[in-house]
Design a protein around this ligand. Sequence first.
Ligand code: SAM
Length: 316
Amino acid sequence: MNDQFGRKIEYLRLSLTERCTLKCTYCRASEGICPKKNELSADEFLRIVRATATLGIREVRLTGGEPMLRRDLMDIVSGIRAIDGIEEIAMTTNAQHLPGQSAALKQAGLDRLNISLDSLKPERYKAITGGGSLKRVLTGIDEALSAGFVPVKLNAVLLRGVNDDEADDFIALTKDRPIHVRFIEWMPLGENDQTDLRVTGDDLLSTRPYLVPVPPLYRGQPSRDYYIPGHVGRVGFINPVSHRFCAECNRIRVTSDGTLRPCLGDNLEFPLKDALGSGDEAQLEGAIRNAIWNKPESHSFCRSFHTERTMSRIGG
Ligand code: SAM
């Protein structure tokens, strides 16, 4: 369905849990482990996806927190696969639990995989993520490609003086394999203000004139894509702060406690718990319809925006 500004809403991001294996410095470093209580069940997530599919959602992305911490992840993927109208299922993961799982995910019906990776240096990766293993991520990438997740997208948040010296190392990963590296601008979510360290897409592009623009691969994708002639993969820039793309935004988010957040950068939220509890699918559909209609026209990142919810609590 369209929202009140005429945008066709086709993309749902489901945060399966707020829990995460990692504590990335710029995301949830100061938080403890979020409790499991309040997380929707697999069945509740599937009811939400079914309702949104009747309203025109075509793509679902599983995220979190760390979606691979859900023991029922495979059931959720295969359950979504069976829902009429859903054409694409994707997942964003830190890949700490990915080794050994890619083939099963493919088999369950997952179409696309994004892996978050902020450094290619083992010690630095460990420091940024609060203890993560780079080796597990690299193994996860190899296995994902072998299992047929092509391309694998890598998401990197570069921060000045922290990891921005690795931009070219990331770009080099696109040379021989179908890897799409995407540089994502840091967004002001949660309490760890990194505004002064933010690296914009323009910062990176201005010194790399050899990057050639290419048309988007997917409908509604937020990244502006480039490639280096002769390279197999792509380099994308997701610039929600410096070049907002709200007019083309086709997405809504549901947090792990069943709250529909129509815009990442706006605190307007619509709890779905009562509608879910009622057992009445028409009521659930009505609540979602209302939330979609009221999706804010644009995010508020540039208007002294503040939210206590980090990306890991909203669903990155
Ligand atoms: N745990 C999964 C993962 O690491 O991919 C999914 C959730 S994580 C919150 C999703 C993405 O959000 C990661 O790529 C992370 O780098 C990014 N992220 C977290 N906080 C961010 C922020 N404030 N601005 C931009 N990206 C952020």
